[in-house]
Structure formats: C-alpha cells, structure tokens
Design a protein around this ligand. Structure first.
Ligand code: GLY
Length: 411
C-alpha cells in the first residue's frame, strides 16, 4: 500500500505516524513534508505543480492520497487526481469552497437552516461603513477568501471596525480576498472544533477538541494557526452534542447531498458555544492543526481501515481511547509574523512518543528549526490536568534559541 500525504506540518507528520503505527508495511510519500516525515517516509523533492503531483502518483502507483493542507484543495487537486483515476481524500474544487469562500459557506448555512451567527455581505466599502454606523457593540469582520487564516478580525467597537474595514478593503492587506467581506454578529462563548469524516453518505464525527488560536496566554494577541489543543473539549456537554447534531450536523449533511457537494474526506466544524446553544462559525474541509496531532494518539481504530471502508461507503464506527490529550505547540519567537529559523534544537532525540515535527529538518546530525510552528508535544492522561502535565514535562526537555510557547494550554 502506497500513500501520499500532502502538506508539510505537524498534522501531516501525525497522519503519517498513525498510519505506520497501525500498518507497518505501508509506504508513505509526502509533499512537501518536513524533517519528521522524511524519517517515516519519502519527501518528494523540488517544487511540483498539482499536475506533476498527479503524474508522480500515477507513475508510482500511489493507492490513496490524503490532503492535509487546504491550499491543495482550494487549488483543485482532487479534480486533477480524480481525472487521473486516483483515489484521493478531500473535496473537489466546488465543495472546497465551503472552506475557501466564506460567502459561499454562509449562504449554504442560511439555505439549509444551519445555526450560524447573523451576517451581512458587502462588496462596497461605503455601504459597509454605513452599515457599521447602525451597529452596536462588537462585530467580526471576515474577508471572503481565507487569507492564510488571517482574514478574521474581531472589532470591539465602531472605531476598531472601521479601521479593520479600511485595512481590508482600501489598503488590501489581505489582497484580493478582501474584495468582498462579511460583517458578522459577535457571539460571546467558548470555541470548539469537531472534525469528522464524510463518506458521501454519512458524517462520522471524531472527539471534540478545543484549539488555542491566539499567540498570547488567556487568548490574547493575534491569531495563529493554533498554539495548542486539548481533547475532549470540556464545553461539549451531552446537551451541546445533541444541539450540534440537530442544528448543525444533520442539516449540513442534508445540504451537502442536496447540493451535490459530497466527497470522501474530512469536514471540520468550527463552533461557538454560548450559554446553551452551539453555532457554526466556519467549515474547514481538512483536519485541524494542531487538533489532529492531539486527536490521533487517542484513536484506537485503524485509520487506514476507516478510510478504506469509507470508499466503500460503509458507515464505520471509530473507537477512541478513554483518555484525554493535550498538545503544546513550540514555535519560533515572532510567529505568526516575523521570526528567525535555522536554530539548533536540543533534546529531540531522547523524546518519547507522541510528539510531532511541524517545522524542523535534520542537518548533519542536528535538528534545526525551519518554520514558525516547530514542534508539537503531546501528553495523555486520565484527566486534562494529567495530560497537560505530561505535555509540559516534554516541553521542558526541549531547547532552542527563540523558543516560544503558551504556558496555559489545558489550564
Ligand atoms: N487549528 C485551526 C485550524 O487548523 O484551522
């Protein structure tokens, strides 16, 4: 069995490690991969277009391709691979708009009665300013395109909102993705991430996760890709799960089938839990990072079996260890803005699993930082507190210049 995994972060390393743990004879290819994936498989070198990746997969008789990063999906890799007759996990170009085109996603939610915060769409700066003049309190301003995860600004008052609007629509800080914007009602609450597997007929949810998105402790500072996560999410109570299934998951499934947006792949629900209700903020059509790294160590089922059964449209049950998991992201100071790489990492060779390489390479026997998010340290335990302790005990073993991490993951 040959599997190609697309992406180069900790999530892709985690997917690869899980597949190998369950199936020792699987051959893994990664593009572009990182220093960690190079150890468990083969990184495809040099820049490859999507078409070249398809040719590679065909020539090397790759059985299944798993797309980690949304970039490939939004550019339409699934359509290209399917034209080659290759099996690939992910949505086609149209269904990937659920993540890549926020206006498309919000219209879909509205049409199928999926509970989401109220919103308005603007193409014209003046009209958006006029609308803001009528608003009271905080609003969330979102670019239509995903702008590398940065196009979401929470504005606490009119002045902040107008400033954000100018940055997006006039100064074009996020490029073309800000040509159209969404102004959304701000909901106070607790966030949750539910990842799931969609097999064209069923959506099979995984355990819930809580992602720590901001760079600073107590969720302060700017947004990042994620600085840590815990599983399960303590705010996903039984009644919230029931609410999620009824008001979000079931109408989503109905909408996907009615609109012919079905696919084999991951569907991620980004949620906001208010005092007694859950709202859908966004879809992603991939696994979360670092949520995947937090979740995989708890998956008892054979992940390859889950994927293969789904291609047969079987409704599979996924089994989980009855444990908690905590993942702490070690990053280069300055991330997600300017940071320096090329720093020697000490302590990695003696580390116990689970941990993942997000942005580091091995050069002449040394591990060297190569990206903003560098390592993912995961701890497991009977409680979140135990898991958190295990994760931070691992963090203590690692050193590199400019190391930065949040100290409050799971607290
Ligand atoms: N951690 C959030 C995401 O992967 O989008």
């Amino acid at each position: 069995m040959k599997i190609l995994i697309l992406g180069g972060g900790g999530r892709e390393h985690a997917i690869g490690k899980k597949l190998l743990e369950d199936n020792h004879s699987v051959n893994l290819y990664f593009y572009p991969g990182n220093g960690g994936t190079e150890i468990i498989g083969k990184n495809i070198e040099n820049h490859q277009t999507l078409l070249e990746l398809g040719v590679f997969a065909k020539k090397n008789a790759v059985d299944i391709t798993i797309v980690g990063s949304e970039i490939f999906l939004i550019e339409g890799i699934v359509d290209i691979f399917q034209n080659f007759g290759l099996k690939i996990i992910g949505p086609n170009h149209l269904a990937a708009k659920l993540e890549g085109d926020r206006i498309f996603a919000k219209s879909f939610m509205k049409k199928y009665g999926i509970r989401t915060p109220k919103y308005d769409v603007f193409y014209c700066y003046k009209k958006a300013i006029h609308f803001l003049d009528q608003c009271i309190g905080s609003v969330v301003i979102k670019t239509n395109g995903i702008a590398a995860g940065k196009g979401v600004i929470l504005a606490h008052n009119k002045n902040e909102a107008k400033k954000a609007l100018k940055t997006i629509m006039i100064e074009k800080k996020f490029g073309k993705s800000g040509n159209q914007i969404i102004i959304e009602e701000f909901l106070q609450g607790k966030e949750a991430s539910i990842m799931s597997f969609f097999n064209e007929k069923h959506i099979i949810p995984f355990l819930s996760a809580l992602d720590y998105k901001k760079i600073g402790e107590n969720e302060t500072g700017i947004n990042t890709g994620g600085m840590g996560a815990i599983v399960p999410n303590p705010y996903m109570t039984n009644s919230i799960w029931i609410d999620f299934q009824k008001n979000i998951l079931e109408p989503t499934l109905e909408g996907l089938i009615s609109e012919k947006l079905t696919f084999f792949g991951f569907l991620y629900f980004g949620l906001m839990i208010t005092s007694n209700k859950v709202y859908l903020l966004e879809y992603n059509t991939r696994l979360g990072d670092p949520e995947a790294q937090t979740l995989f160590p708890l998956m008892k089922s054979n992940f390859l079996d889950v994927i293969q059964s789904s291609f047969l449209s079987k409704k599979v049950s996924i089994y989980w260890k009855k444990l908690c998991s905590c993942c702490v992201v070690l990053s280069s100071k300055g991330y997600p803005e300017k940071y320096k790489s090329g720093k020697i990492i000490i302590g990695l060779n003696s580390l116990q699993d689970p941990f993942y390489i997000a942005g580091a390479n091995k050069k002449q026997g040394n591990w060297i930082t190569s990206s903003g998010r560098v390592l993912n340290m995961v701890g497991l335990g009977n409680t979140i507190q135990e898991a958190r302790k295990q994760a931070y005990d691992k963090v203590k073993k690692i050193q590199f210049e400019n190391l930065y991490f949040r100290k409050d993951i799971g607290s």
